[in-house]
Ligand binder design. Structure first.
Ligand code: GSH
Length: 212
């Protein structure tokens, strides 16, 4: 397998999943600073020009959540998702979709407000609205963590969701109220970060503290 990645991008979620699984894979750095994600070669892999892409044999897959699910499904012994057809699996799908289509998409508005407005004032307003929305979304994660029984997002078992939550919460480290400052999220993120797989990912992506 090959994971096309850029440090600290959405690719970190499948990178964490690959390290948790322990299967062999190759990291292919997509040089964003040179716009390599908009090159013809990369667009042939992902016509959206977005990171990540996973190549698994003949399969070329984009969309972070789909890649994470595929990795969990093809490596069942790693137990990174609840059993098919169970209520836990249904909630797992719900949170995975929410992470990608609600939290991640709001974060992308926050980081690229100039795509949504023209004047400096309007751009600042888009950014402020995105941060306010994300603030409430972080509260939702915190409330869920207070509800579940266990140290991981799904309870007793570490899952793909933990990799995804860490990746997205890290992006809030420059916020007025970052994820690490919330009562449940703060210690939870430290637990995910302390896993040997997470330590290897931060090392391999060349990331330096502060991690959260
Ligand atoms: N829905 C996509 C979004 C991926 C995405 O937005 N990736 C960012 C990096 S975190 C990217 O490639 N941005 C480049 C751009 O927007 O031009 C996914 O989850 O894979």
């Amino acid at each position: 397998m090959q994971l096309h990645y850029y440090p600290s991008n959405a690719s970190m979620a499948p990178h964490l999943v690959l390290e948790e699984i322990g299967a062999p894979y190759e990291l292919v750095r997509v040089e964003r600073t040179l716009n390599a994600h908009k090159s013809a070669a990369y667009l042939a892999l992902n016509p959206n020009g977005l990171i990540p892409v996973l190549v698994d044999g003949d399969l070329v897959l984009y969309e972070t959540a789909a890649i994470c699910l595929h990795l969990a499904d093809t490596h069942p012994s790693a137990a990174l998702a609840p059993a098919f057809g169970t209520p836990a699996r249904a909630h797992f799908y719900k949170w995975l979709m929410w992470l990608t289509n609600t939290l991640q998409s709001s974060l992308i508005v926050y980081f690229y407000p100039e795509r949504w407005a023209d004047t400096p004032e309007a751009i600042a307003q888009v950014k402020a609205h995105a941060e306010a929305k994300i603030d409430g979304l972080l509260d939702q994660l915190d409330t869920e963590l207070a509800r579940v029984d266990g140290q991981w997002f799904m309870g007793a078992s570490f899952s793909v969701l933990d990799a995804y939550v860490l990746t997205l919460c890290r992006w809030t480290r420059g916020f007025g109220r970052p994820a690490r400052s919330l009562a449940q999220l703060g210690p939870y993120l430290q637990r995910v970060l302390a896993r040997p797989a997470a330590q290897r990912v931060f090392e391999r992506e060349g990331l330096k503290p502060p991690y959260l």
